[in-house]
Structures are given as structure tokens and as C-alpha cells.
Design a protein around this ligand. Structure first.
Ligand code: CMC
Length: 429
């Protein structure tokens, strides 16, 4: 890990007492005040709902500059990675810190193939879920159940175990995701194939049936690689923080990832990609395509409605992932010869957002989820699988964040404080 720069001290005056708190700076110039001694020195805690100003760790995995719209994994720009890499290489990069050599790529791919099968007993779980079960519920249950099927991998002290665990999760979660889709439409499951690459394998498990000879379209597999790369990590977001919080109690990796999947499901986080499409469909069906009406609703403080796929906690300029996703959406639809009225509507809505003072003054721009769902739709992925796609992409990020947390010499169990505002002591009469 690169050393942080020491910038001297910040002075804080609390009830007449001045204390000094160390100041330091990360490798890209992010300044921080080390408040670890704050409560001991002053008796005060900090109040920061939603952790808007709280740096919970030092990390060398992902860098975001929300003002400039920059996103880098391990120093590599997201555009560069999305353009030139396969998803498995980016997964390797996030987990191991370097892009794989040809040999490392092959070894990693072999491990992914070796671990792609689901235990037969696990496969029977799918039959116990109702057909209408949301695939995110199924995926989360599958993730945590892996710990029961492979308990020997609980020990992360051995590098060998980490590699097995990592590839098991990446590979089996993809298989489980495809199985959950097949189950939801009542089709027989399709087993993974060793002759197919990671993304092609997933597409084959999704779309192959006993009565068709499914051929993976290279346009679709390239798009899937790109989309998964865009999803692969986003530093201390809600789901990554949940993964780390669960892992900080020494719960195993599978349990931690399962919790992360649940966090991602929420519509304010990864679930937004599904909600964007549902919102666009509603605008057509219920409002006759009236974008102005929807914009007014989103601005109305008496209405809880928000524009899905718009706004971000960190990005105060255009989300760099959304830029790639928007261009890709246009390219993929053109290459596949698909025309979708929802894409035109999305573009109209985006133009209205960018031109409106409410959104401008709050720095609200389309985020990654605004255009990704439209691309998944053109690729034939059903709407309720969109967040599952996000989860498959995010697994390497969660794993790398979890592993980094485990190795952090300053790591402790996650346990925020509160400011109690309830009744003071009283007796039961
Ligand atoms: N539509 C209308 N107003 C909005 C929106 C929106 N989508 N997003 C934020 N605002 C307003 C909000 O009402 C507030 O206004 P005011 O200052 O007048 O009270 C202001 O902008 C700041 O919003 P906030 O809720 O304090 O911002 P946050 O950082 O807590 O929330 C967010 C970020 C992503 C949850 C929020 O922008 C949102 O709900 N967006 C829609 C859901 C969405 O697309 N989520 C996917 C995020 S990207 C994928 C991922 O990484 O998770």
C-alpha cells in the first residue's frame, strides 16, 4: 500500500479545550482528519448520517473523483478497461492488484471453469423457491448456502484457499443466476460448458434450450463483458460497506457477499436499473410519454417520487460509467438492429434533466443505471434480472474490498456510535 502523506494537524476547539487531530492525504490528494482519538479526548462523537463525510478505511483498490467524473480501478481508467479488457481480467486486477499475464489469465479461467458446476443438492434448492421469486432473493440465498457446501474454505489464511474461494464465488454465482432465471420461466436448467468463456457461458446458460441451438452473438458477449466491467467496483458504496461490515465480525466471505447482494437489491442502489425501465414503461402507459409531467413530479417536495437512474452520492458531474453505458447502448442496439421506444424516451428525459435548473443546481446527472437496463433489454435479459447482472459484475469488487479489510492492520469490527435522543431513565409504574 502507498504511504499516505502527513499534512500536520487540524485543531479542534470543543467546550474551551483545543485538541490536535492528525491530517493526512491519500495518493490522489484526498485530505482526511484522523478522528480516532476524538471521543477519548473530548467525550464527543461525530454526527454524519449516511456517512457522507466519513472515510472508513484507507484503500488502494478504486479511485473516484466525483467532481471531475473520474473512476479508476487500481489506477486504470474505466474507459480504458471497458474498451480493452475482458471482465475476468478486470476481476483478476481488482482481486490481485495487477492485470493478469497470459498464463495467469489462463490459470484463472481454468479455475473459473473448474468451479462452475453447482452441487447437485444446491441445485434442488431452486425447486423450493416460488416461480415468482425475485432472482436477487434466490441469488443471496445461494451465496450464503455456499458456506455450508464448502466449509473447508472458511480458512482464508492460505492463498490457495483464497483463490479457490474467489473463483468459486465468481463462477458459481454466475451459474446460480442463470439457473434462477430458468427456474422462473419453468425451463430446464442448462449446465455450464468448459469450452465457453465466462460471459459466453452465462449467455448460453440463460438462452440455450433443449429445442434451440443457441449461438452466442459476439456483439452480445462483448457488451456483457463491458457492462460487467462497469459494475465491477465502486469503492465504499452501500453494498461494499455492508459486505465489509458483515465480514468485520469475522463472518465468512459467502455470508458477507450474500448480505451485499441484499443491499444492492435496493432501488436507491443497484435495484435502480430495474426501476428505470419500469419508470420509463409507466411514463408511456400512464402519462402518454409526457416527460414534463414526470420532471415536475420529481421536483415536487410533497411527492416521494424520484427519477430513477438520476443522481449520485459521489458524482457531482456526469457519471463516467453512464457515459460509456450510453454510447454502448446506442452501439449495441444499432449492431443488433433493435429499435426500442424506451431509448428515445430515455434520451428525451435525460435532455430535460440536463436543461432543468432543479437538477443543475443539485448536480444531478444520469448515473450508471440510466442506460444499462436499456442495453440488457436489447440483449434479451429480462427486467427482473438486471440487478442480478449488476451483482455478478460487482462480486470481484466485493471480494477485493473484503480481502483488503481482512488484511488492514487498523481493521476492527464495524460498530458506529449514535446520539441517543429517547426518554431518559424512568420507572415502570
Ligand atoms: N430525483 C429527484 N431529486 C433527486 C434525485 C432524483 N433521482 N436524487 C437526488 N435528488 C435531490 C434530493 O431530493 C435532494 O434535494 P434537496 O437538496 O432539495 O433536499 C438533493 O437532490 C440531494 O439528494 P440526496 O438524497 O441528499 O442525495 P444522496 O446522495 O443521499 O442520494 C441517491 C443519492 C443516488 C440515492 C439519489 O440521487 C437517488 O435517490 N437517485 C435515484 C436512485 C438511483 O438512481 N440510484 C442509483 C445510484 S447509481 C448506482 C449505485 O452505485 O448504487
Amino acid at each position: 500500500m502507498l504511504e499516505t502523506n502527513n499534512l500536520g494537524v487540524a485543531e479542534l476547539k470543543v467546550e474551551g479545550k483545543t485538541i490536535e487531530l492528525p491530517l493526512f492525504e491519500g495518493s490522489e490528494g484526498e485530505k482526511a482528519i484522523d478522528i480516532r482519538a476524538l471521543r477519548k479526548e473530548t467525550g464527543c462523537v461525530t454526527y454524519d448520517p449516511g456517512f457522507v463525510n466519513t472515510g472508513c478505511c484507507k484503500s488502494e483498490i478504486t479511485y473516484i473523483d466525483g467532481e471531475k467524473g473520474i473512476l479508476r480501478y487500481r489506477g486504470y481508467d474505466i474507459n480504458d478497461l471497458a474498451e480493452k479488457c475482458e471482465f475476468v481480467d478486470v476481476a483478476y486486477l481488482l482481486i490481485h492488484g495487477v492485470l493478469p499475464s497470459k498464463t495467469q489469465h489462463e490459470e484463472f479461467s481454468t479455475l473459473l471453469n473448474t468451479h462452475s458446476l453447482l452441487h447437485e443438492d444446491m441445485r434442488h434448492f431452486f425447486n423450493s423457491f416460488p416461480d415468482h421469486a425475485h432472482p436477487m432473493a434466490t441469488l443471496s440465498a445461494m451465496a450464503v448456502s455456499l458456506s455450508s457446501f464448502y466449509p473447508e474454505l472458511e480458512d482464508t489464511s492460505k492463498q490457495e484457499n483464497i483463490d479457490y474461494k474467489v473463483t468459486r464465488l465468481l463462477s458459481k454465482m454466475r451459474t446460480a443466476a442463470a439457473f434462477s432465471y430458468k427456474k422462473s420461466i419453468g425451463h430446464p436448467i442448462v449446465q455450464p460448458r468448459h469450452d465457453l468463456k465466462y460471459c459466453e457461458n452465462f449467455l448460453n446458460m440463460m438462452f440455450s434450450t433443449p429445442v434451440n441451438n443457441y449461438q452466442v452473438d459476439p456483439v452480445v458477449s462483448k457488451a456483457l463483458n463491458k457492462l460487467l466491467i462497469l459494475h465491477a467496483d465502486h469503492e465504499q458504496n452501500c453494498s461494499a460497506s455492508v459486505v465489509k461490515m458483515v465480514g468485520s465480525s469475522d463472518a465468512n466471505l459467502y455470508a458477507s457477499i450474500s448480505a451485499g447482494i441484499c443491499a444492492l437489491w435496493g432501488p436507491l442502489h443497484g435495484g435502480a436499473n430495474q426501476h428505470v425501465i419500469e419508470m420509463l414503461e409507466k411514463i408511456i402507459v400512464e402519462d402518454g410519454g409526457n416527460v414534463k409531467k414526470v420532471i415536475e413530479r420529481a421536483k415536487d417536495k410533497n411527492d416521494s417520487f424520484r427519477l430513477m437512474g438520476v443522481g449520485h452520492r459521489v458524482y457531482k458531474s456526469y457519471d463516467p460509467r453512464a457515459k460509456v453505458a450510453k454510447q454502448m447502448c446506442k452501439d449495441v442496439l444499432a449492431q443488433l438492429g433493435v429499435s426500442d421506444p424506451l431509448v428515445d424516451l430515455a434520451q428525451e428525459l435525460e435532455a430535460a434533466v440536463l436543461a432543468d435548473d432543479y437538477f443543475q443546481s443539485r448536480n444531478l446527472y444520469p448515473n450508471i443505471d440510466f442506460y444499462t437496463g436499456l442495453t440488457y433489454r436489447a440483449m434479451g435479459i429480462p427486467t427482473d434480472m438486471f440487478t442480478v447482472m449488476f451483482a455478478i459484475g460487482r462480486i470481484p469488487g466485493w471480494i477485493s474490498q473484503w480481502l483488503e479489510m481482512k488484511e488492514d492492520p487498523h481493521g476492527r469490527i464495524g460498530r458506529p456510535r449514535q446520539i441517543y435522543t429517547g426518554p431518559t431513565k424512568r420507572a415502570v409504574s
